[in-house]
Design a protein around this ligand. Structure first.
Ligand code: SF4
Length: 444
């Protein structure tokens, strides 16, 4: 990955990855490890007490946002969508019989994409009927469903609630129609209000609103308005990402080719951090609690994010769908990343893995340490109990560098905690904890 050290993060938003989703970086995962490690992990009984989740990738969107870096399709008709759902359900039939999965209750379910709410009510209920007939999930602690506001009707929202969704995540990103248009978003602001108001009547235990700081065309005044409109809706949680430009976005492609298509630059990193900080301060003034580098929750005793917390503590997760990621019995796995290769493998009754990686114990420890640091603090005792590692000794040099730069509040046996400045740039601080062989390598 591009190691965005403090100096580069004081500058313009350049093309390259910022967000650290896992460790070791995806580019270290290999096809050679699929048979040797990935499939072996799936054929192995689970370790006792480890929760299991499932992620379902719904790779359809009405339009491709100019900043999107996910595997999505905008050109599939209803029949093709139906074929994909058949493949997805068959993939779960195959997976649910494997020793690593068979008979285990699901602790969490995550519908991501793409746009899960792109599916029609009939498609959604048909898919869920097939999946839950194999593995009931009514006792799952959390079922998350990502939505694009413009795809939501009252009937569809009722169906989403009806399949047991507990956490509805609305991809608002911005409330300004010109900015939504400039960035290639499919929805417009009236659809946000309509969808949110109806979702509230359905008693979802948690409604989350996603925002992006630094979309093309963003201004101080508009960002303040976005914060005000978010507060007015009183969502249970707010997630705010800083706009980044991985290589495969439309904006990145145009910037690298010098087409001049996107005349307005993405705001620089200091401006994006200031915007997130302003949002966090406004949310805190309204009683919210900042619980990670990206999230604030209204009531921390009621509002959790099970998917994130389980994954960041090393839970098992099966990723279903094209390009989906998973983690089973300590091994990272990823499916084939094209429609054709993915669906052909499932139709041959094969688990459609494309690459895998078996982390060493040290790498699993580092993975959990850097992911949990995104929460703003870690407890050293967690790592000494689970891995027998004293993080204060193991990372003395790295923690000293963070303290010297003003990014640490506390470093002691009880807690290592970041200052707000540290939290706002946390992804840029993490590569210093990587092993030497992973420092500076491409991220994806
Ligand atoms: S809605 Fe999300 S997944 Fe779909 S194109 Fe936009 S950013 Fe990508």
């Amino acid at each position: 990955m591009v190691d965005r050290t403090s100096s580069t993060l004081d500058a313009q938003t350049e093309v390259g990855s910022y967000f650290v989703a896992t460790y070791p970086p995806f580019s270290a995962w290999t096809t050679a490890a699929v048979e040797r490690d990935g499939k072996v992990a799936l054929q192995t009984a689970p370790a006792p007490g480890v929760p299991l989740g499932v992620y379902l990738h719904i790779p359809f969107c009405r339009k491709r946002c100019h900043f999107c870096y996910f595997r999505v399709y905008t050109d599939k008709n209803a029949q093709e969508v139906g074929e994909y759902l058949d493949v997805l359900a068959h993939e779960w039939e195959l997976c649910s019989q494997l020793p690593a999965v068979k008979g285990r209750p699901l602790n969490f379910v995550y519908f991501g994409g793409g746009t899960p709410s792109f599916l029609s009510t009939k498609q959604l209920e048909g898919l869920v009927g097939r999946l839950s007939a194999l593995t009931p999930w009514k006792n799952a602690e959390e079922v998350t469903f990502e939505c694009e506001p413009g795809t939501l009707t009252e009937a569809k929202l009722s169906a989403i609630r009806g399949i047991g969704v507990t956490r509805l995540s609305l991809g608002v990103e911005n409330f300004n129609d010109e900015i939504l248009d400039l960035n290639g978003r499919a929805h417009r602001s009236p659809e946000i209000g309509r969808a949110y108001a109806f979702a509230r009547t359905l008693q979802f235990p948690q409604i989350n609103i996603d925002l992006i700081a630094g979309m093309l065309g963003e201004t101080d005044e508009n960002w303040r308005s976005c914060i005000d409109q978010t507060l007015a809706l009183e969502p249970d949680s707010v997630t705010i990402y800083q706009m980044e430009l991985p290589f495969n976005t439309t904006i990145s492609g145009n910037l690298l080719q010098g087409t001049g298509r996107f005349a307005q630059p993405v705001a620089d990193w200091p401006t994006k951090r200031r915007w997130v900080n302003e949002a966090f301060e406004a949310l805190e003034a309204a009683g919210y609690h900042v619980g990670s580098a990206y999230t604030a929750v209204k009531d921390k005793s009621l509002t959790r994010f099970v998917y994130r917390d389980r994954l960041w503590q090393g839970a098992d997760m099966v990723g279903l769908g094209v390009a989906s990621f998973g983690h089973v019995n300590g091994v990272h796995i990823q499916n084939f990343d094209t429609w054709e290769t993915y669906s052909a493998a499932v139709r041959r009754d094969e688990i459609p893995l494309n690459r895998a990686y078996r982390p060493t114990d040290e790498e699993r420890f580092i993975r959990e340490f850097i992911l949990q640091l995104k929460l703003g603090s870690i407890a050293p005792s967690y790592f000494s109990e689970k891995y027998g590692v004293n993080v204060l000794d193991r990372f003395r040099e790295q923690l000293d560098s963070l303290r010297t730069a003003g990014y640490l509040n506390a470093v002691n046996d009880e807690i290592v905690s970041l200052t707000r400045e540290g939290l706002l740039r946390v992804d840029a601080l993490l590569p210093r904890f990587f092993l030497p062989q992973h420092a500076g390598i491409r991220y994806t």
